[in-house]
Design a protein around this ligand. Structure first.
Ligand code: MN
Length: 396
């Protein structure tokens, strides 16, 4: 048979005949006349179009990139709130104009999606027997990115708040009317967490923040960035001050984990941090109490409250996450951090984010992007293990 490649020099049997032919075991036995009969290789038929219905999904490195190859849904149009139902939404916040050192986290959402390419529905966890994150009770979607204006921070953060509010206003795939979709925010600099906290606070009340970060981010706005204009006061080092001041947080149940960056005042930063309702687990404490000890400190702090987990990727050591704005040596390894997150199974996680991912500073092989995507996978697992989110969860 002639194909689009012309007459092939190797004589082949039609593919349909293979099931009926017996296999020779005397390999290399030719038929003469310059033709070799190949029976034990499954070559495609000369008509390649016959096989096109066999595999229409591309390999994991192909296709338009959503997080973990999840379906994309337009989450911000109110006319879709009832019709587009989901339980856990990934959403990007491409914003980096409130940073104090290296910028570039506006490309974080695209970078994290790139780092997630080897994840997809259909995969089974090697650590939780039989657990398939994206095929359990929760319907996942990728909402794409919220439009955030690069030239006015307060306008952009309000855009993000509205986008997060829209996500929470969707109907869940589960039937109970009290259920609320959870969101996992992909930053973006850390200021974006403030908009996410506002949206979830308005839906379910105050939350306890587990803040994985090398910095405290509760700095007094008059100390960090402010004291010149009020516009400067809202930034990636002060957003937790504002979250506390506005009442979004459960006072006394919040915790920094992995802290190690220098303070800017001898005593004032720590005093102000306590006023904001936080305690601190410094990065090196893991060498004294181990991973289980760090997990226990976190669980003791948040108790049965509603918990929001915010992950600044700079909580990892710069070896594991160089692609970030304000890297600080002496952080966790990626594996240590995976272990800590898995250890938090059972807490009432209501929302989460991974922020400060700046791909331009990343090392060869997308090391930061891979780590950030894996962190999201771990956070999403905590949500699925915790069951559907409803307003009836404990707030104390
Ligand atoms: Mn931070």
């Amino acid at each position: 048979m002639d194909s689009e490649y012309g007459d092939l020099s190797v004589e082949q049997k039609p593919i349909k005949d293979h099931s009926h032919s017996h296999h020779h075991h005397d390999h290399g036995h030719g038929h003469g006349n310059g033709h070799v009969e190949v029976e034990y290789l499954n070559l495609p038929g000369n008509n390649f179009y016959e096989d096109l219905d066999a595999e229409l999904n591309g390999p994991l490195y192909a296709g338009i990139q959503t997080f973990a190859h999840l379906g994309h849904v337009s989450c911000f149009d109110p006319t879709n709130f009832a019709s587009e139902q989901f339980d856990i939404a990934l959403v990007g916040a491409p914003f980096d104009t409130a940073v104090t050192f290296r910028s570039g986290a506006r490309f974080g959402p695209a970078g994290i999606r790139k780092g997630s390419r080897r994840m997809s529905p259909g995969q089974v966890s090697p650590y939780r027997e039989g657990f398939m994150l994206y095929d359990d009770w929760a319907k996942f979607v990728d909402c794409g990115d919220v439009a955030m204006h690069p030239l006015d921070n307060r306008y952009a953060l309000n855009q993000l708040y509205r986008g997060m509010r829209a996500i929470h206003n969707h109907t869940t795939s589960t039937l109970n009317a009290t259920h609320i979709p959870r969101a996992i925010l992909m930053g973006g600099d850390h200021t974006t967490t403030l908009s996410a906290l506002q949206a979830i606070y308005e839906k379910i009340g105050p939350v306890s923040v587990i803040h994985f970060d090398s910095h405290i981010d509760t700095w007094d706005p008059m100390v960090l960035g402010g004291n010149v204009s009020s516009y400067m006061q809202v930034n990636h080092g002060t957003f937790l001050h504002y979250a506390a001041e506005r009442g979004y947080l459960n006072h006394g149940h919040n915790l920094h984990v992995g802290s190690r960056a220098p303070y800017v005042r001898k005593h004032g930063d720590i005093e102000h941090d306590k006023h904001c309702g936080f305690a601190i687990v410094n990065a090196r404490e893991i060498d004294e109490v181990g991973i289980a000890g760090v997990v226990q400190k976190i669980k003791d702090r948040v108790g049965n409250t509603n918990v929001y987990i915010s992950v600044d990727i700079d909580v990892l050591d710069p070896v594991y996450a160089p692609g970030t704005g304000t890297a600080e040596p002496g952080g966790y390894t990626t594996r240590e951090f995976m272990q800590i997150l898995d250890g938090l199974e059972g807490i009432n996680i209501v929302g989460a984010d991974v922020v400060e991912v700046a791909p331009a500073y990343d090392g060869p092989g997308d090391v930061t992007l891979l780590a950030a995507a894996q962190v999201i996978d771990s956070l999403a697992s905590l949500m699925v293990m915790n069951g559907p989110l409803s307003t009836r969860q404990s707030t104390k």
